[in-house]
Design a protein around this ligand. Sequence first.
Ligand code: PMP
Length: 456
Amino acid sequence: MAVTESAPAALSAAHEGILRRQSLRESAARTYARSLPIVPVRARGLTIEGADGRRYLDCLSGAGTLALGHNHPVVLEAIKKVLDSGAPLHVLDLATPVKDAFITELFATLPKQFAEGARIQFCGPAGTDAVEAALKLVRTATGRTGLLAFTGAYHGMTAGALDASGGATDVRVTRLPFPQNYRCPFGVGGGRGAELGARWTENLLDDPKGGVPKPAGMILEPVQGEGGVLPAPDDWLRRMREITAERSIPLIADEVQTGVGRTGTFWAVEHSGIVPDVMVLSKAIGGSLPLAVIVYRSELDAWEPGAHAGTFRGNQLAMAAGAATLAFVRENRLADRAATLGARMLGRLQGLAAAHPFMGDVRGRGLMIGVEIVDPEASDALVPPPAPDLAAAVQQECLNRGLIVELGGRQAGVVRLLPPLTITDEQAMAVLERFADALAAAERSAKGRADSRQPH
Ligand code: PMP
């Protein structure tokens, strides 16, 4: 079906009206709503249908939340079962059979060494709440306050999580270089760049005049998502684990975006085999409903009763939907599927990059894929600068072709693909075809604009 066909007038008017009212009534902080002016009314799997009748392939997946796509039957069934059972929907942090089953399923998926004897704290419903809880936990347990975090990190929008993120302007956090090949902070890339970053970290911690008192913890994402899809090398992660363990610094793995099969293993820390002290989990664990927890080594459990509270820690529907999602991903080996299909998609995109110099770098892990859009003619620097305008044009051309993608990266120059783990081979092909078409269209218009600026 042609996705660009014009919608019937009545549908189109309703759609326009909703968007107009949104821009009048909602805050200036609107994000996705600006670049994706669609009005979803129905959704199933990879597909969203808008109020104007148009259909889209959704490779944003609720910012990586929808491991099984929209409205997966096992998720709907789990929600209906709770509703039909007459169970209370709001229970604060009381024990319930639904919660008990969720914890059992979650612990079954976690690395054995980590899960054995671990504790879980249910937090307020968003990822950022769980990040706050993790920071608070390690501060209480160690009696220290400082924090190590990385350039380009994204941990959320509440005060502590924001401090830990790369965009912070606060100085209470010691910022360390996150390794990356394409724009290596040391200009060397590969394993050597990561090694230099590790040495810097070690040196800073051991230098009595380094200006960094012993911190309460280190927080990192095994693959930076919002930061531009940057997978941490496994060796580097192992080094971070060694460095922190040797100095009794708790290591917090923020798996809010990388968890539940997304990167090709159930949890992204499994690639390197590291065992963190705290894991921050949200997004996919709620099966599309809000849910956030931290799981941590019991020795860190120095909290007093009520040290971390919150009214909405007992979302029964999210726990049921989440348990069903975790079980489905585990039973159907969707992490393996993400690894295989992700590698294939990455290969195709790298092939495409060979023909398009403005596709500066294609990278990812599993079904967390990023294409860095650059301006190859802007300078003769070894690595061309990002081209956020062109990236935005690619996103727009994707939307025109019925494909929803996300932008990320330091300058919003990285086009991100986060399809559900249930995406079929045929759907993946359709996504790649639309993406290739969109790239070509964005390139043509950029060229057209450049040509019209040339003196004739
Ligand atoms: N950590 C990571 C790694 C994330 O990607 C996000 C959200 N993109 C968060 C934390 C914050 O989650 P939330 O938006 O649910 O607060």
